[in-house]
Design a protein around this ligand. Structure first.
Ligand code: ZN
Ligand code: ZN
Length: 343
C-alpha cells in the first residue's frame, strides 16, 4: 500500500495535486484543486482515472482548469465522478455543468456526485449527463463526523475548514486503509507451511465468513486472520492551501490537533515573511509561518507549493531556507528542484 503524489503546475503559477492510493488490490486517484494548465502534467488516461476531485475553494486559480477535466470526463461510462468542496459547491458545479450548449447528450453516460461540507453536515446531489445536468437529484444530508468526510475500506477522506479572508478553504486529508501484513513470527510458530493461503488472508475481496483449504483441511478465514494478520495505520497525506491562521490562536491549535498523525503535508507558501502584511491582508501564510505550523503539528515531511507569482527563483530559494529555519524537513516538490537555485 502507498500514497503517491505529484504537484501539478509550476512555482509561481497555478498548482494542483494528483494523488494515487494503491491498496495492493485497487487503485484510487484523486485530484485536489484544478488550476489553469495543471492537467497538462497528466496523461489523458490519468485524467480519466480520477474518481475524486476535491476543491479547497473556488478562487479562479484553483478552478480555472476544470473545463479540461470536464471535457475528458463528462460522459465517463464506468463509475460516477465524485466532486467535493466547501458549502456552495453544489450550486457552483451545477452552473458550471450547464454553461455549455447540450444537444447531443441524450444517450450519453456520465454521472456526477457533488458533495459539500460546512464542517457540520455533508450535503450531496447527483447530476446526469443524459439530462444535460438540468435536474438536481438531492442525496440525503449526513452529519460530518470529526475525522471523516467519506470512507471506503481503501481510504478515508477528511476535510477541515480553514479561514481564507472572508471565505472558508477546505484542508483535505487522505488516509490509506489499515495496512495488513502477515506476521513472520506467527508464521514461524505455526504448523502450516507458507503457501497460497497466506495471500487470501490479506485479500480484502475475501470475507471473514469464507474458509480455505490447507493441506486437506478447511480453516476459517476469520480465525486464520486473527492468528496471522497484523494491522498498522495507513499513511496519511494532507493538502493545505489558501488559509491564514495565527500562531498561538485557537485556530492554530485546532489545526495542529487535526494534523496529528499526518505523514506529509503539502502546504501553500504564498508569501516570503518580509511580505507578512500582504499575507495578512490576503488571508495567506508566509514561509516562516508554514515552517512553524509543520513544527508545531509534528508532521514527518512538509512540501511547499502555491508560491505567489511576485517572486523570482532566488526568492523561492530564500523562502525554502526561511521555512527550514522552523522545520528542517521542508522541501519543494521533486519536479521543481531543477528550477530552484542553490542558496
Ligand atoms: Zn490560491
Ligand atoms: Zn484563494
Amino acid at each position: 500500500m502507498s500514497i503517491q503524489w505529484k504537484i501539478l503546475g509550476q512555482p509561481g503559477a497555478d498548482n494542483a495535486v494528483f494523488l494515487t492510493v494503491d491498496s495492493g488490490h485497487a487503485v484510487e486517484h484523486f485530484l485536489f484543486d484544478c488550476g489553469e494548465g495543471c492537467l497538462a502534467g497528466l496523461r489523458p488516461s490519468q485524467i480519466q482515472s480520477i474518481g475524486h476531485l476535491a476543491f479547497s475553494h473556488f478562487h479562479m486559480d484553483h478552478v480555472s482548469g476544470f473545463d479540461t477535466f470536464f471535457r475528458h470526463n463528462y460522459n465517463r461510462p464506468d463509475t460516477p465522478i465524485n466532486v467535493w468542496g466547501p458549502a456552495g459547491t453544489i450550486d457552483l458545479m451545477h452552473h458550471r455543468f450547464q454553461s455549455f450548449s447540450w444537444n447531443l447528450h441524450h444517450d450519453q453516460p456520465g454521472e456526477w456526485i457533488v458533495r459539500e461540507t460546512d464542517g457540520t453536515d455533508v450535503k450531496g446531489s447527483r447530476f446526469l449527463t443524459r439530462e444535460a445536468f438540468a435536474t438536481v437529484h438531492p442525496l440525503p444530508t449526513i452529519p460530518k463526523t470529526e475525522r471523516e468526510l467519506f470512507s471506503s475500506p481503501r481510504f478515508t477522506l477528511d476535510a477541515f475548514l480553514l479561514p481564507h479572508g472572508s471565505i472558508p478553504s477546505l484542508a483535505l486529508r487522505v488516509i490509506e486503509g489499515e495496512r495488513k501484513n502477515i506476521s513472520p513470527v506467527a508464521l514461524q510458530h505455526s504448523n502450516h507451511a507458507p503457501g497460497k493461503w497466506l495471500q487470501a488472508l490479506t485479500n480484502e475481496t475475501i470475507s471473514d465468513e469464507e474458509s480455505i483449504n490447507i493441506s486437506g483441511t478447511d480453516y476459517s478465514i476469520a480465525e486464520l486472520r486473527a492468528e496471522f494478520v497484523v494491522t498498522s495505520p495507513g499513511e496519511s497525506l494532507v493538502y493545505l492551501t489558501d488559509f491564514r491562521v495565527e500562531q498561538g490562536s485557537a485556530n492554530w491549535s485546532a489545526l495542529c490537533e487535526w494534523l496529528q498523525g499526518a505523514n506529509t503535508i503539502i502546504c501553500e507558501c504564498q508569501y516570503h515573511h518580509r511580505d507578512l502584511a500582504l499575507a495578512v491582508r490576503n488571508g495567506h501564510m508566509t514561509s516562516r509561518e508554514v515552517g512553524g505550523l509543520a513544527n508545531d503539528a509534528g508532521v514527518d515531511r512538509l512540501v511547499l507549493q502555491h508560491l505567489s507569482r511576485r517572486y523570482s527563483p532566488s526568492d523561492w530559494a530564500s523562502m525554502l531556507d526561511e521555512t527550514k529555519e522552523k522545520f528542517a524537513r521542508a522541501e519543494f516538490p521533486p519536479e521543481w528542484q531543477s528550477l530552484i537555485p542553490e542558496s
